[in-house]
Each structure stands twice: as structure tokens, then as C-alpha cells.
Design a protein around this ligand. Structure first.
Ligand code: 5GP
Ligand code: ZN
Length: 113
């Protein structure tokens, strides 16, 4: 298995986990870009957003989003936060196992650059 985030799912690489259930895991980003910066990932290996299937993965996509929402609130981000999913090289993706970034507890600007 070559995927970094599959290794985190399997427990082969440690992560500071915030939440885990049968389908998703959330953990702190190793290089945080804000005081709150965590990732929510499916346990299932899906390389990019292009590979997310509307037919098969709709409940999973919702589950990722609502896990992000709940944890952001638990981590004190009720005044605002940002979710980001980078897709492919042009979108800034570096780990090819989809993940939702959640950033909060600092002023964020748009466009992100
Ligand atoms: P991407 O650029 O693919 O959207 O985001 C990948 C994210 O994964 C980056 O924010 C990076 O800091 C984070 N990351 C990379 N390797 C590790 C790791 O081993 N552990 C954790 N917790 N985060 C990682
Ligand atoms: Zn993977």
C-alpha cells in the first residue's frame, strides 16, 4: 500500500486523531496553516475528487462534510472557518487520497492565492 493516508487509516503512521468511525477519520494536519487545521478523510481510498462517484459515494461525501462541520464547532470555530478540497496538481493536491481541509481561528482571505 503506497498511500500515506491509507497508512494513517491502517494505523501504520501515527496521526493526532480527532474522530474516527467506520467510514471516516479526522486528524490534525502535520503542517497547520491556521491555529485549527485538520483533515477529514474517507477510510476508502479515493485518489481525487474526480474519482468520487455520485452514484456510490453520495452518503460518504455528506458524511465527510458534516464531520467537518461538527468538529469545527467542537474546536471553537463557530465564528467562521474554511473548508477546502484540492483536486489534482493544478488545484494544489499533494496527497492523492481525498481529504477535506478545515481551517479556523484566524482571519482568512479570498482569493487564497
Ligand atoms: P493537499 O495539498 O493534498 O490538499 O494537502 C495534504 C495535506 O496533508 C497537507 O496540508 C499536509 O500538511 C498534510 N500532510 C502530509 N503528510 C501528512 C502526515 O503524515 N500527517 C498529517 N497529519 N498530515 C500530513
Ligand atoms: Zn489512500
Amino acid at each position: 500500500m503506497d498511500c500515506l493516508f491509507c497508512k494513517i487509516v491502517a494505523g501504520d503512521i501515527p496521526a493526532r486523531k480527532l474522530y474516527e468511525d467506520d467510514d471516516v477519520i479526522a486528524f490534525h494536519d502535520i503542517a497547520p496553516q491556521a491555529p485549527v487545521h485538520f483533515l477529514v478523510i474517507p477510510k476508502k481510498h479515493i485518489p481525487t475528487l474526480h474519482d468520487l462517484s455520485e452514484e456510490d459515494d453520495k452518503p460518504l461525501a455528506g458524511h465527510i462534510l458534516f464531520t467537518a462541520q461538527r468538529l469545527a464547532e467542537q474546536l471553537g470555530c463557530e465564528d467562521g472557518f474554511r473548508v477546502v478540497m484540492n483536486c489534482n496538481d493544478l488545484g494544489g493536491q499533494t496527497v492523492y487520497h481525498i481529504h477535506m481541509h478545515v481551517l479556523g481561528q484566524r482571519q482568512l482571505h479570498w482569493p487564497p492565492g
